[in-house]
Design a protein around this ligand. Structure first.
Ligand code: PXL
Length: 275
């Protein structure tokens, strides 16, 4: 009998029946990168590859019970948090993860769908900033999310620049901030990693032509997976971007909406043209 057990990564996320984003995207990514996924449902969405129609937040007690029962059974090497669904979910999850201060935590602050459907209220954002950011190893906002999280309506007449956003997110208590640049107008996609010492790493990527559903979930889960495998944060961030880029390059369009990243691009037999 083989005795190898892959490292386990626990993801808290909402379901997406297209499997393009959300919990299912996390499971695909974690598995593709050699981890065992532990998948805690925070909310259920109704959506297709075009956009999110509706969502139902799960009772926070059910979130806690799902997490506690696997955590008491299986050692977890990393946490990943995606769409939360309610303020009560934020509070419940913040309490669970506070019992595991040594486990790295990657937070993908999901605020809206690709089409722009709102997936987080201002109160949820405030709760995330107060209760989850201080426990976060790495937060992975896109530039729109970074501006929304960092904006202080009391002092800002316009959105702060991305470096200032990163600084403010670090001041809220997370250790590292990776701001992705796909939503900016630049020719290449420029992703920047910041830490206490400022800008640490910039990686530029060729801008791909499609619109993708679940690229942020892929990136954040891939970082959690690689950290669970023992990579240090910088290495994990770098290799996860490469993995995400490959998945986007291999993306397909199964329906009428966005392309879905292929997290198992490496498993396809692309030599066979007849397939
Ligand atoms: O891609 C962000 C995201 C995360 N999680 C769920 C989603 C979406 C975007 O639509 O539906 C469940």
């Amino acid at each position: 009998m083989p005795s190898f057990t892959p490292p386990a990564v626990l993801t808290f996320a909402a379901t997406d029946p297209t499997c393009g984003a959300g919990l299912q995207a996390d499971v695909l990514t974690l598995t593709s990168l050699g981890c065992h996924p532990l998948a805690v449902v925070t909310a259920v969405t109704v959506q297709d590859s075009v956009g999110v129609e509706d969502f139902l937040p799960l009772d926070p007690e059910w979130i806690v019970d799902q997490a506690r029962s696997v955590l008491e059974d299986i050692p977890v090497a990393a946490f990943k948090i995606g769409m939360l669904g309610s303020v009560e979910a934020v509070m419940a999850i913040a309490e669970v993860v506070s019992d595991y201060p040594d486990v790295p935590l990657v937070l993908d602050p999901v605020l809206a769908s690709g089409r722009g459907d709102e997936l987080a209220t201002e109160t949820l954002i405030d709760a995330m900033k107060d209760m989850l950011l201080p426990q976060t190893t790495l937060i992975t906002p896109n530039s729109l999310e970074a501006r929304r999280l960092a904006l202080d309506e009391g002092i800002d007449s316009e959105a702060p620049d991305l470096e200032e956003c990163a600084e403010r997110l670090l001041d809220m208590g997370c250790e590292y901030v990776l701001i992705t640049g796909a939503h900016e107008q630049s020719q290449e996609v420029s992703n920047k990693l910041y830490g206490a010492e400022g800008l640490i790493q910039t990686l530029n990527w060729e801008r791909l032509p499609g619109s993708y559903h679940g690229s942020g979930c892929t990136l954040a889960s891939a970082i959690a997976a690689l950290m669970a495998q023992g990579a240090d944060l910088l290495e994990a961030v770098k290799r996860a971007q490469e993995f995400t880029y490959q998945s986007l390059q291999a993306a397909y369009r199964p329906g009428m909406g966005q392309h879905i990243p292929d997290r198992f691009y490496w498993a396809r037999n692309t030599d066979d043209d007849s397939a």
